[in-house]
Design a protein around this ligand. Structure first.
Ligand code: AMP
Ligand code: ZN
Length: 109
């Protein structure tokens, strides 16, 4: 059985903001801003601390989709954050990028 929450969510028939063969985006369950979307690679990468050169094409793809997802969410201004390690606030051990915007961004993720 797959234990990783985000590996499970990407396969679930739950609402997605965006998905393709490499990445999935979905709304954060506890939004910290009016728009708070999580963008993940389908591949289980534990965190940004585990990124290697082999992930280059995947992450380039993910980053090219960020402005598309932001625009579709109505954002002109936005922030992208990734936490690596519990000491930095990471609570789900599957690489994810928080895309936040739509209001004041004086928050900690
Ligand atoms: P981080 O703390 O940086 O690892 O971010 C994990 C994020 O996942 C948090 O913002 C949580 O609110 C979010 N989250 C946890 N469980 C779920 C879920 N089932 N669906 C969507 N987002 C979730
Ligand atoms: Zn995973």
């Amino acid at each position: 059985m797959d234990e990783c929450l985000f590996c499970r969510i990407q396969k679930e028939d739950s609402p997605k903001v965006y998905e393709d063969e490499l990445i999935v985006a979905f709304n954060d369950i506890a939004p910290k801003a009016p728009v708070h979307i999580l963008i993940i690679p389908r591949e289980h990468i534990v965190s940004a601390a585990r990124i290697t050169p082999e992930h280059g094409a995947l992450l380039a793809h993910l980053w090219t989709k960020i402005p598309v997802i932001a625009k579709d969410a109505g954002l002109t201004d936005f922030r992208v954050v990734t936490n690596a390690g519990s000491g930095a606030g990471q609570s789900v051990d599957h690489l994810h990028f928080h895309l936040i915007g739509g209001g004041p961004l004086n928050i900690v993720l």
